[in-house]
Design a protein around this ligand. Structure first.
Ligand SMILES: O=c1ccn([C@@H]2O[C@H](COP(=O)(O)O)[C@@H](O)[C@H]2O)c(=O)[nH]1
Length: 250
């Protein structure tokens, strides 16, 4: 299934806003350029499901996956707990009809499987290695091997447990694609337009590079939400994604 309204560049804008009013303002600015709106910890912990309802009431979010006249919903909640608790969390958020929900692949096979089984209509996206982690940070938390090696292991684990999507950095997209094929949806944060500050992101690439490497959905937050004109910033990134897309059939 394609992502977002027909013809839209596969751009997910991260609405990492401090409150619902700010999120609605940002969403109104970026919705014409975005295929997906991503709600994460900051906004969901503050506003809960009400913010999803408010976005839908204003026509800024599609009602359900596949009925996309507006951007689709991506709940980036990064569930990571015992399988029964994650299953319960998935059942709770399934009432919001998101297209994607993230779980940490490092929670293990049984946990990812529990998420998938609890909400079969939702595309569970396994977060492999956070894009903020470099080789040193990864070693410090006890993972052996390069980020690339760990991404490979966790990507395989998540997909074997039923995840239909994965989150990795744009630097690993080619490797994951060649390992796991075309069926899996690859979502890449850690994306920065040329010259933009990386901030806390360690494994980055430009929107154009991410999409040319084979990403299906490119996530961008602060380079858009901290711009003076959010709509213009989102549209510029969407245009660069469209320019970087491989021609159909290649
Ligand atoms: O590995 C990951 C997983 C999720 N994210 C999320 O993506 C956005 C990125 O925001 P920027 O402002 O463009 O850095 C943010 O919501 C993260 O929670 C990630 O960056 N890396």
């Amino acid at each position: 299934m394609s992502i977002g309204p027909a013809g839209r560049a596969p751009l997910a804008v991260a609405l990492d806003a401090p409150d619902g009013a700010t999120a609605l303002r940002w969403a109104a600015a970026v919705a014409p350029a975005a295929a997906v709106l991503k709600i994460g910890l900051e906004l969901f912990y503050r506003e809960g499901p009400a913010v999803v309802d408010a976005l839908r009431e204003q026509g800024l979010l599609a009602a359900a996956p596949g009925s996309a006249s507006a951007p689709e919903l991506f709940l980036d909640l990064k569930l990571h707990d015992i399988p029964a608790t994650v299953a319960g969390g998935m059942r709770s958020v399934a009432t919001l009809s998101p297209r994607f929900v993230t779980v940490h692949a490092a929670g293990g096979s049984a946990m990812v499987r529990a998420a998938v089984d609890a909400a079969p209509d939702i595309e569970v996206a396994g977060v492999t290695v956070l894009t903020s982690l470099d080789v040193k940070a990864l070693a410090a938390i006890g993972f052996t091997g390069s980020p690339r090696d760990v991404v490979r292991r966790l990507a395989v684990l998540a997909v074997e447990a039923g995840a239909r999507a994965l989150v990795c950095s744009p630097q690993e997209v080619r490797m994951v694609r060649s390992e796991l094929g075309d069926a899996v949806t690859l979502i890449t944060p850690g994306v920065r337009p040329p010259g933009a500050q990386a901030a806390d992101q360690a494994r980055t690439a430009t929107p154009r590079e991410a999409i040319a490497s084979g990403a299906n959905l490119v996530v961008v937050g602060r380079p858009i939400t901290r711009a003076t004109d959010l709509g213009e910033a989102a549209q510029a990134i969407a245009d660069s994604i469209s320019a970087g897309r491989a021609p159909v059939g290649t």
